[in-house]
Design a protein around this ligand. Structure first.
Ligand SMILES: Cc1cc2nc3c(=O)[nH]c(=O)nc-3n(C[C@H](O)[C@H](O)[C@H](O)COP(=O)(O)OP(=O)(O)OC[C@H]3O[C@@H](n4cnc5c(N)ncnc54)[C@H](O)[C@@H]3O)c2cc1C
Length: 401
């Protein structure tokens, strides 16, 4: 058994939320350990392409952003968490810039796209590798500090002890117990495991299996909306190499529309995610879908309507992937079908990201409330940054009090 250790703050998970929490806790002066199931790079966050929302447009405000979140959630989100999310969004963007993220700019400001369910152009992007850019900057910041990295540490149990929490990890060498004054759970959602059980495709990384949520529930934490899983309206359906790929929602922001077998538009392509996914399911059910060469259901996404300039600035990775598979989305429409993507609900948290267990915090996809039962695109990376920072700071302050 590797030697046990003791830390002020133990962060579990190295996606955007865990990295943001670890950086914030370290900056607040805490002795931080960052434990993660496999490598530090392995997570959903790094796969995020589309972007991150923040109200920077002249016609926009945090209040309008919050209204869009509440409406897209069908009024199921926690308004207090939403207010924090949208009001701290601009400062979260500036924090990421300070750490080295370079958002795509245009005409002296940010290049802003409109995402599904939004009434304003609000989505900042780093080309179509936004999650990669954010996690890289956060990871490099954490790695340049004194914090301890614990790769290949899979959380197996969590229990209260006199001065904090005892977390036990499975490692290549056996079980590794660690004690920390406070714990930040940032271990993401469970859509990879859920899709495997259902025999469906998922956009998620294989580490998205959800056992950390189960461990917190076993320790007595409360959860909400855990049954609300989100389908990304536009999973890649063909070619086979693109099955399970999430076609960025920015394709639709920049003009792509959904078409049925007769070439008709059958829904608002920039509606909230649940509405667009349901419209595709319904269209296929009515017999107005098309089939992929391997017999899967699909509809068309007419990507030929995207202006070449927009595609080259905001969709270069997507174009490269499709062209590598023998299809040029600017020359022909592509086949798409909804795919399991995101866990909307999770552990109940307060404004400091503390769960109902004292000294245990949760941020990112493992936490619930900020999106209610239906998340808007671009608000997850934002939640990771806003509530990751809050969790790290609060966990450090509590540990050092
Ligand atoms: C393909 C794709 C595209 C997306 N595009 C966007 C987008 O454009 N904009 C947006 O806002 N959101 C997007 N999302 C959603 C968003 O990226 C994720 O919801 C968010 O990044 C989750 O961050 P996280 O830190 O909570 O979890 P993750 O990034 O999933 O990280 C979880 C971490 O926890 C670790 N872990 C898991 N279990 C354990 C355990 N038992 N013990 C220890 N460690 C564990 C994992 O290995 C991983 O390091 C996208 C998601 C996907 C999959």
């Amino acid at each position: 058994m590797p030697g046990s250790g003791s830390f002020d703050v133990l962060v579990v998970g190295s996606g955007a939320s865990g990295l943001a929490a670890a950086v914030a806790a370290a900056r607040a002066g805490a002795d931080v350990a960052l434990a993660t199931k496999t490598t530090l790079q392995a997570c959903n966050s790094a796969k995020a392409q589309g972007g991150i929302q923040a109200a920077f447009g002249d016609d926009d405000s945090p209040e309008i952003h919050a209204d869009d979140v509440m409406r897209s959630s069908h009024d199921t989100a926690n308004p207090h968490l939403v207010e924090i999310l949208t009001s701290e969004a601009p400062s979260a963007i500036h924090w990421l810039e300070e750490l080295g993220v370079e958002f795509t700019r245009q005409n002296g400001g940010y290049r802003l796209a409109r995402c599904g369910g939004a009434t304003r152009h609000r989505l900042l992007q780093v080309g179509d590798r936004t999650g990669h850019a954010i996690t890289k900057a956060l990871r490099e910041t954490f790695e340049s500090g004194p914090g301890t990295e614990l790769p290949h540490h899979a959380l197996r149990s969590l229990e209260p002890v006199a001065n904090g929490w005892l977390a036990t990890f499975e490692t290549r060498e056996g079980l590794h117990p660690l004690v920390a004054s406070t714990v930040v759970l940032a271990a993401g959602g469970r859509c990879f495991a859920e899709a495997r059980t259902l025999g469906e495709l998922s956009t998620n990384h294989p580490n998205a299996t959800g056992e950390a949520t189960r461990i917190a529930l076993d320790a007595g934490a409360e959860s909400r909306d855990l049954d609300a899983l989100q389908y990304h309206p536009n999973g890649g359906a063909w070619p086979a190499t693109m099955q399970g790929y999430s076609i960025p929602e920015t394709t639709r922001s920049y003009g792509a529309v959904l078409l049925n077998a007769d070439g008709e538009e059958f829904t608002d392509s920039l509606g909230p995610r649940d509405a667009v996914s349901q419209a595709i399911f319904d269209e296929v059910e009515k017999g107005k879908g098309v089939s992929t060469p391997d017999g899967r259901p699909a509809v068309w996404l007419d990507t030929t309507r995207i202006a070449r300039d927009d595609a080259e600035i905001s969709l270069p990775y997507m174009l490269r992937r499709y062209r590598g598979g023998g299809i040029d989305p600017l020359e022909e429409p592509i086949l798409t079908y909804p795919v399991l993507h995101y866990q909307n609900g999770g552990l109940v948290i307060d404004e400091h990201a503390e769960t109902t267990l004292e000294g245990v915090y949760a941020c990112g996809e493992i936490a619930g409330g900020t999106h209610g039962r239906n998340r808007m695109m671009g608000n997850s990376l934002l939640e990771c940054t806003v509530f990751g920072r809050r969790a790290g700071k609060a966990a450090a302050e509590r540990a050092r009090a």
